[in-house]
Structures are given as C-alpha cells and as structure tokens.
Design a binder for this molecule. Structure first.
Ligand SMILES: Cc1cc2nc3c(=O)[nH]c(=O)nc-3n(C[C@H](O)[C@H](O)[C@H](O)COP(=O)(O)OP(=O)(O)OC[C@H]3O[C@@H](n4cnc5c(N)ncnc54)[C@H](O)[C@@H]3O)c2cc1C
Length: 454
C-alpha cells in the first residue's frame, strides 16, 4: 500500500516508523520546511546547544520506547538532574510539598505545609477540601477549573494548580478539558491508583527524559532509520491540496501530484483543517475552531550568582495572579549539566498565555530587557545577559476545551465516512500535546491505515 504522511514533526516521523514496522507499505513523508522535527529543534545560545521548544518528555507511555528500542538509542537517554519547581508569589519563592498529584493535595499535611498560600488561605482550603471529601459527591462536566473548585479553594487553584497545569498548556485551568489536561487528578478523585508504570517497566526510568545530544537526536535518528527502510522523506515540500479519487487520494505538493492509497495528516490542526476542507468541510470547520495560544521562549546565557537557588530546583513558576510577563523560568544547569559554560548559565524564560498578546508585539531587545528585570526580581540575583535568543511560538499550544475528546471523535468519524477511511489524523491536538502522546496518536493512525482494529 502507498501511504503519504504529511508533516515531518515527531507525529509524522513516528507515523512513518510504525508504518514501516509492517513491510507491505511504501511510505513518503512530506515536510514543508527544510528541516525535520517541527517544534523539536535546537540552536546555539552563547555557544551552547539549547532546545528552542521541548527539552524533555515524560517516560510514562510505552509507544515512544518502541521507537527508542528499534533505533537502539536507549544508552543515549538522559534525565533531568533536578525535578522540583518553586512558585513565586507575593515577592517570595516557595517550595511545593512532596507527593502532590499534579499539584493536587491528597492529605491534610499537603495543604498545611503549602507555603504558597497564606495561613488564612490554608485554613479556607482545608475547610473546603474536608467538606468536599465528607460529601463525597462528584462534579459533572469536563471543565477542570469547575471540578477543582468543588474540592479546593480558589486561592489554591489560582496560585498552585493554575501555574502548574495551566503552565504546561499556556492557558488557564478554567475552561480546560479535565480529561485531557489532568487525568491524574481525576483518577485521584475517583480513588484510582496513579499510573506508575514507565515506558518499559524493566527500565525503571525517572519521570522525564531527553537525549545526550538534545531532543532532536531522536528526530535525526528516526530520519536515518526511515531512510534505511526505504521511506522517502521529502523536505521543503509543502502539501498544498488533497483530492479524494475512486482508488485513493491525490496529494498535490510543490511541482508534483502523486496518488496514494491512504494519507496521514500529521500537521497542526489548522493545516489539517485546510487540507481536508474540500473532502470533509464539517471536520475542517471543527478543526479550525480549535483555539491555540502563542508563547515566546526566551533563552539567555546569563552571568550572575544563583548559588542561593537549591540545585534540586529545575524551575520557577509564576502564577497569573502576579503582574509579570514571565510565566516560568527554567534554571538550566540544575536541569541539564551541559546548559552551563565558563561565561554563564542558561535560563529559559516562558512568556504568554492564551488570549494574551501584549508580549507578541514587543521587539526582541525590549522583551529581553523587560523579562530580565522580572527574572532578577523573581530569582533575587543581579544577572547580566551574555547572549540571548528569542523563539516565537505563534499559535503553538492547543487549547483543550471541555469535551475536546468528543470534538475529535466527531472529526475522526466524519472524516472516515467522507474520505472512505482514506485519510487519518495524528498530532498534538488529538489526545494531548506531550511528545509521547503525539507518538501514541501516530501509532493509532498507522494501525488504522493498515486496516487493523485497535
Ligand atoms: C515551546 C514549547 C515547549 C514544549 N515543551 C514540551 C515538553 O517539554 N515536553 C513535551 O512532551 N512536549 C512539549 N511541547 C509540545 C511538543 O513539542 C509538541 O506537541 C510536538 O512536538 C508536536 O509534534 P507534531 O509532530 O504533532 O507537530 P509539529 O512539531 O508542529 O510538526 C508538524 C510538522 O508539519 C509540517 N507541516 C505543516 N503543514 C504542512 C504541509 N501543508 N505540508 C507539509 N508539512 C507541513 C510543519 O512544518 C511541521 O514540521 C512543547 C511545545 C512548545 C511549542
């Protein structure tokens, strides 16, 4: 079977990988840019190679480890040295108690030792938490903010849960799908055990991982593997249209028109929506209705004394209740030892959330100046910028609104009906944005293309 995969990010390359596991497919990957990896990319700052987008993935899902094992690169895995986050509130840095589930407390001690909150806020939080536990009533709906506020005070949701969970998604937990953004908390509330298995149980890995030579090592290795299996990987080749025919799908790219039996779209939702517009207008409209947040990742090589920051601290989160552009700061060398040179240390500063646009309008120099003022205040150090890089991630974070999963199921069913199951979808907007989840959508798409049942 001839299969086209549109998009050469992790979702597209992983789809091609799973397709090549069944030797009967002839696979072509189309990537519009001149390099592969999509959001996974690195470049130099102050002579150090530092990721511009993701710098680690969670080790909980098995599918990504199928790829790592087939590539034979397990020995290249590395894990962050530090894994504790601080929260900056009311001009001070605070630790979170150990043992929380995505920030959510399971015991009275979790609430009373949480110094992000004032003593009065801790009392109110405890009273509400206790009452909710005593009532033992579940909450309807899929709005994470609503669900959490049933169990816990607003000061806790705004200052602890929102920076932690909302920070990962660059949007508030209010109006977020609970099923997609915080399934661990839902399980906790239902009294279910947390999922503790790692990618491969025998590996017993720490919760996060990357590769010695950066995350794009996975992309380079996958590309080599795919080429060795005869997959055609076309860079600089945007797909500009799809046409459903009696026997398959015609893929129109720059200066080429090629027929395939099936196509997997592994692009962001907007591009997928545009490509299926004439084949399944309703699915296209649903995909185009998915909102996305824009963030800016500013990376600086900074000189200054950060010795007062505990080496176990990987970063600082800034709640939206604080008047800053900064939403999070990664303390580079505490996380990755290579993020340090004789001249300074790497700090990665995130700014921007859904519907916030002010930071996008700033010139890079102005933004860096402004952010460094905030970082000095938050970290309590006098810091000088040796070098910097500003990476703008426009519309890059999917807003998973309540019942997003149902919206996606509707899109998939409609598209299957209208394309005669010749077009499948993979990517970060289907089940969740983490890299391992993208890989899972890739495997599911490859299974469907191969006509297997899931
Ligand atoms: C700043 C940032 C930090 C992140 N941090 C983490 C993290 O720490 N851990 C984690 O797990 N995840 C993280 N993520 C999320 C993760 O990076 C993404 O969800 C994931 O990389 C998306 O992969 P993808 O292949 O689905 O999409 P993309 O990486 O967007 O790839 C899609 C590809 O399709 C191509 N394309 C689009 N249209 C066409 C077309 N018409 N024809 C041909 N090609 C086309 C694009 O050029 C692109 O290469 C982060 C994301 C960002 C932006």
């Amino acid at each position: 079977m001839k299969v086209a995969v549109v998009g050469g990010g992790i979702s597209g390359l992983a789809t091609a990988f799973f397709l090549t596991q069944r030797n009967e497919h002839e696979v072509t990957v189309y990537e519009k840019e001149n390099c592969l990896g999509g959001k996974i990319r690195g470049s130099e700052v102050g002579g150090l190679l530092v990721e511009e987008g993701p710098d680690a993935f969670v080790t909980r899902s098995p599918e990504i480890f199928e790829i790592i094992a087939a590539l034979g690169v397990e020995d290249q895995l590395i894990h962050p040295l530090a894994n504790r986050a601080l929260i900056y509130r009311k001009k001070a840095l605070h630790y979170l108690p150990a043992g929380l589930t995505l920030g959510f407390p399971a015991t009275k001690e979790h609430i009373f030792t949480n110094k992000v909150l004032t003593p009065a806020e801790r009392m109110i939080t405890y009273a509400k938490w206790r009452l909710a536990n005593a009532r033992n009533q579940s909450v309807d709906g899929d709005d994470l903010g609503n669900i959490l506020e049933h169990y816990i005070s607003r000061s806790y949701t705004n200052n602890v849960l929102d920076p932690l969970i909302g920070g990962i998604n660059a949007a508030s937990i209010h109006g977020a799908s609970a099923e997609i953004t915080a399934p661990q908390i839902l399980n906790l509330l239902k009294g279910l055990q947390p999922v503790t298995h790692m990618g491969r149980p025998e590996m017993q890995l720490p919760p996060f991982a990357s590769f010695k030579h950066g995350l794009d090592f996975l992309i380079r290795s996958l590309n080599q593997y795919l080429e060795s299996k005869g997959t055609l990987v076309l860079k600089d080749t945007p797909v500009i249209g799809l046409r459903s025919t009696d026997t398959g799908v015609q893929v129109a790219a720059h200066e080429s028109l090629e027929s395939f039996d099936k196509v997997v779209l592994a692009t962001p939702s907007r591009s997928a929506g545009d490509l299926i517009q004439s084949i399944s207008p309703e699915s296209a409209a649903l995909l185009n209705s998915i909102r996305r947040a824009s963030i800016i990742m500013t990376t600086v090589l900074a000189s200054g004394d950060l010795s007062h920051i505990d080496s176990q601290v990987s970063g600082v989160l800034v709640p939206r209740t604080e008047p800053y552009f900064t939403t999070a700061i990664t303390i580079g060398p505490n996380k990755w030892p290579t993020w340090r040179s004789d001249e300074g240390v790497v700090l990665r500063i995130s700014s921007g959330r859904l519907e916030e646009r002010a930071h996008l309008a700033l010139e890079p120099e102005t933004l860096v100046h402004l952010l460094m003022g905030e970082v000095q205040e938050v970290l309590g150090s006098d810091i000088k910028v040796v070098d910097y890089r500003v990476s703008s991630w426009k519309e890059s974070f999917v807003r998973f609104s309540p019942y997003h999963r149902q919206l996606i199921l509707k899109v998939q069913n409609k598209l299957a009906q209208e394309s005669d199951s010749k077009i499948e979808l993979a990517g970060s907007y289907l089940l969740g944005s983490g890299i391992p989840t993208c890989v899972r959508t890739a495997k599911l798409a490859a299974i469907k293309v191969s006509g297997q049942t899931i």
